[in-house]
Design a protein around this ligand. Structure first.
Ligand SMILES: [Zn+2]
Ligand SMILES: [Zn+2]
Length: 347
């Protein structure tokens, strides 16, 4: 498709972004789909791009449109694409696998050796149209709610983190109740967790966490979370800890409250190295440690869509704000304040 479109564009190597109406519609290759975006969502990594942090500087070639959590309709297909049709509704798996490396050939495409990321290495979804490799498209029923379609990717992160080990009939602590933490709470609840502890420094986010199924919530600025949870578990600790915050203080709490031989899962990304008491918190406790990134292709996507269609997982409380692309400044300000839930663009 030829022509220009609306897009949020990172044009200059400085904080902020621009709203453009003259951005070229991306051209597709033989294995790609052109998607008319119906809804998109702002991710933490988009805030890195907005703020122009070291993370963004290391990855983006400017000028670039960005955004990678989206849902839209297929309007054009490369000649080699199979299994899709014009008019299909799709969501995007952000991780673009090479298809050739060790991980790609052993069912671990989401941690491909030569992984590219949609909206970071390719033009992004905060635009009218998005070009994407068909191999990263997840087909949805045509009447699927596009708002929900746009958040399947981050729900997938929470789901992968939650279900990388058993949670049924177990106690779970979720540290950090941003959208991914809240999605994870909904997932462990749906999968039969016995008791769910949730922490965040925002009381508004703790309220969303309770709506998603958290049994007990704590604000670490007000109480000693480790002391409370250890007392509640009679000194034993919880079976599973998911750190979704990436905050060193939360991680330090998490390794204290996980029970001996329990599972500690890193989901949130700390900005600096974190120093931990390895002998006491890991070795003598035989703590099981997991790091999580992205979603298993496509197992996590099946889990997410099946949990949603079963009715066991409902994520409405997490989607708190909706904006038009033109309101992009307000939308980003909202995400940066880390007070509410997921922020969407309705295109
Ligand atoms: Zn994301
Ligand atoms: Zn690969």
């Amino acid at each position: 498709m030829k022509g220009t479109m609306r897009a949020i564009v990172k044009a200059k190597p400085e904080p902020g972004a621009e709203y453009r109406t003259d951005w070229p519609i991306p051209q597709i290759g033989p294995h790609d789909l052109l998607v008319k975006v119906k809804a998109s969502a702002i991710c933490g990594s988009d805030v890195h791009i907005w703020d122009w942090t070291a993370y963004a500087q290391a990855r983006l070639k400017l000028p670039m449109s960005f955004g990678h959590e989206f849902c839209g309709e297929v309007v054009e297909m490369g000649e080699r694409v199979e299994g899709f049709a014009i008019g299909d509704l799709v969501a995007g798996e952000t991780h673009i696998p090479c298809g050739q490396c060790y991980q790609c050939r052993t069912g671990l495409q989401h941690i491909c050796q030569d992984m590219k990321i949609l909206g970071i290495h390719t033009q992004g979804a905060f635009a009218d149209y998005m070009a994407m490799p068909a191999v990263c498209a997840w087909k949805l029923p045509r009447d699927f709610n596009p708002e929900l379609g746009a958040v399947l990717e981050p729900i997938g992160v929470g789901t992968h983190g939650a279900l990388v080990g058993p949670v049924g009939a177990r106690t779970v602590a979720v540290l950090g109740c941003g959208p991914i933490g809240c999605f994870a709470i909904g997932v462990v609840k749906a999968c039969g967790a016995l008791k769910i502890y949730a922490t965040d420094i925002s009381d508004m986010r703790l309220e969303i966490a309770r709506k998603m199924g958290a049994t007990v919530t704590y604000n670490p600025e007000k109480v000693d979370v480790a002391a409370e949870i250890l007392e509640d578990t009679k000194g034993c600790g919880v079976d599973v800890v998911l750190d979704v915050s990436g905050a060193p203080s939360a991680i330090k709490t998490g390794v204290k409250i996980v029970r001996k031989a329990g599972r500690f899962t890193f989901v949130g990304i700390p900005e600096e190295p974190v120093s931990l008491d390895v002998p006491n918190e890991f070795i003598y406790k035989e703590t099981e440690v997991k790091g999580i990134t992205g979603r298993v292709m496509w197992e996590t996507w099946y889990q997410v869509t099946n949990l949603l269609s079963s009715g066991l997982l409902k994520v409405d409380p997490v989607i708190t704000h909706r904006y038009s692309l033109e309101q992009y400044r307000e939308a980003f300000e909202n995400v940066k304040h880390k007070r509410g839930g997921k922020v969407l663009f309705i295109h």
